[in-house]
Design a protein. Structure first.
Length: 65
């Protein structure tokens, strides 16, 4: 089973983004800016989501894991 994790972008570097967790992710699949939330999987930013969606997902994860 795979799970996508929401992370907030703090910095952009070409096709890479740095998240608030300090992770560097490939962002070639998504158009995002600093401050945006993205779903991440296997060191890729998969899609941009709203802050509300990110909060809801993180709440679900924290309750179930």
């Amino acid at each position: 089973m795979c799970i996508t994790i929401p992370q907030k972008i703090v910095k952009l570097e070409k096709n890479k983004v740095i998240t608030e967790k300090g992770e560097t992710l490939d962002a070639s699949l998504v158009s995002a800016s600093a401050g945006d939330w993205v779903l991440t999987q296997n060191n890729f930013a998969i899609t941009k989501i709203s802050a509300k969606q990110a909060k809801n997902i993180l709440n679900l994860i924290s309750k179930n894991f």
